[in-house]
Design a protein around this ligand. Structure first.
Ligand SMILES: [Zn+2]
Ligand SMILES: [Zn+2]
Length: 136
């Protein structure tokens, strides 16, 4: 059993299960997917970009990128499709963020780590000083 919820697409009230969209929207999405997939399956369309697919199928660019993100359309099979990085919106084909943003995050984390290390070193020193004073 699910709870009543608003569809994240059309806002209609529906019985939410594991999905965030109502049946009607899901059916529509499925139809769109079939349209896109039928188009992409043709050998001469394999290299199509998202923009070209939009023109050919009438399915919105956003929806197509959604399919790529859901891995229903695989960039391995269709090399020119992509979806935007969640941070900088550069087109990517895998994961949630692009290489550049990944590196930024790693750098940021490292900086954080070394700050923490410095902090804890300082604390150890402080503790020691405190300790030796206490022992005098
Ligand atoms: Zn809906
Ligand atoms: Zn990015």
């Amino acid at each position: 059993m699910g709870d009543l919820a608003n569809c994240s697409r059309c806002n209609a009230l529906f019985l939410a299960g594991t999905v965030a969209i109502c049946n009607q929207c899901r059916n529509k999405e499925e139809q769109n997917y079939q349209k896109v997939y039928a188009f992409m399956r043709k050998k001469q369309n394999r290299m199509a970009s998202v923009e070209e697919i939009e023109v050919a199928t009438g399915v919105s660019e956003k929806q197509i990128r959604e399919f790529v993100k859901q891995k229903r359309l695989h960039p391995a099979q269709f090399p020119n499709i992509s979806y935007p990085c969640e941070k900088c919106e550069r087109p990517i084909q895998d994961g949630r963020i692009c290489e550049g943003c990944k590196q930024d995050i790693t750098k940021e984390l490292k900086r954080h780590e070394s700050n923490k290390e410095l902090d804890s070193k300082k604390k150890v020193k402080e503790n020691r000083t405190y300790y030796s004073v206490e022992n005098k």
